[in-house]
Design a binder for this molecule. Structure first.
Ligand SMILES: Nc1ncnc2c1ncn2[C@@H]1O[C@H](COP(=O)(O)OP(=O)(O)OP(=O)(O)O)[C@@H](O)[C@H]1O
Ligand SMILES: [Mg+2]
Length: 288
């Protein structure tokens, strides 16, 4: 079983897996699991950044990661598409299962993984190319079939940007506003027909109107994709996410500290009746 056999359509993916390995993982609530991390840890050089993370991420849901600076939210999300592989000296322990397939297993191809699991960063980072070429770049490079104009239009529509740019597709992407550039980056992610989109603080550099546009867009996108978002903005997590994971720092007697997952539950529960006092301290603003 390799990632190659997991079709890009996630419905087909789950069928493939259930047919060839085992039934698709289901949570107690019957939701389909896309990622399941098992005792996940990350070390940079000799420094432990994140330890012991066990967490399931559900299909067609928005899952938010919150917690104080340095607790490992970006480190965690980068494990989900092997982006940490690019960091020299990184070591990932435990397991990340993606539709039941070990993402770090010898069968998994990191390039293929990053195609299925797209990523959008904090600062919009369009290429210094036209709007059209930004969206067409990855599909061309991957040799994806089909009409490119249609693919570009579909991705731009999916990112709620088409109407604003359809008359200037050949203009530089750098001529767009910050909010438009971020939606272009989302269009770029959509253009390769991923299964999952990871967003690391996608709106923190944007004004409130653009932030609201990105939040509306995430609501629309979750019908087709599974979204995982890191955010410092607790209102944003409460507005957009069904599930919320609270990460924090575990302090040791020798002065070292590492990130841990403190609590993971439905967003309502995290914000209104968390089980752990550290979560309560954070969401009520007493800590963090
Ligand atoms: N490329 C790297 N090389 C070495 N250490 C790193 C690297 N990236 C992160 N770290 C360390 O790992 C720990 C977790 O960092 P990470 O960026 O994941 O936290 P974060 O929760 O995303 O923080 P923030 O909210 O500030 O973005 C920190 O101690 C950080 O210094
Ligand atoms: Mg971060």
């Amino acid at each position: 079983m390799t990632l190659e056999t997991v079709a890009s359509d996630s419905k087909a993916a789950s069928m493939d897996i259930s047919a060839s390995i085992k039934p698709v993982d289901q949570s107690a609530t019957g939701q389909e699991v896309v990622f399941s991390t098992r005792d996940l840890s990350v070390t940079y050089g000799s420094t432990l950044a994140l330890a012991g993370v066990n967490l399931d991420i559900y299909k067609n849901r928005i899952t938010a990661m919150i917690g104080p600076s340095g607790c490992g939210k970006s480190t965690f999300i980068r494990c989900l598409n092997r982006m940490n592989d690019l960091v020299p000296g990184v070591k990932v322990g435990g397991q990340v299962l993606y539709h039941g397939v070990d993402l770090y297993g010898s069968d998994a191809d990191p390039v293929e993984v990053r195609r299925r699991i797209g990523m959008v960063f904090q600062r919009p980072n369009p290429f210094p190319k036209s709007i059209y070429d930004n969206v067409a770049f990855a599909p061309k490079k991957l040799g994806l079939s089909g009409n490119m104009d249609e693919r570009v239009e579909r991705a731009l529509r999916g990112a709620a940007l088409w109407d604003e740019v359809k008359d200037r597709l050949k203009r530089s992407a750098l001529s767009l506003s910050g909010g438009q550039q971020q939606r272009l980056c989302i269009a770029r992610a959509i253009a390769v027909e991923p299964d999952v989109i990871l967003l690391d603080e996608p709106a923190s550099a944007l004004d409130p109107i653009s932030t609201s546009a990105i939040e509306d867009l995430m609501h629309d996108l979750k019908t087709e994709y599974t979204l995982v978002i890191v955010t410092h903005n607790m209102q944003q997590a409460a507005r957009v996410a069904e599930m919320t994971a609270f990460f924090s720092l575990d302090l040791h007697d020798d002065g070292t500290r590492n990130g841990i997952l403190v609590e993971y539950a439905a967003t309502d529960k995290i914000f209104t009746s968390p089980s752990d006092e550290r979560t309560e301290g954070y969401v009520t603003g007493r800590f963090g």
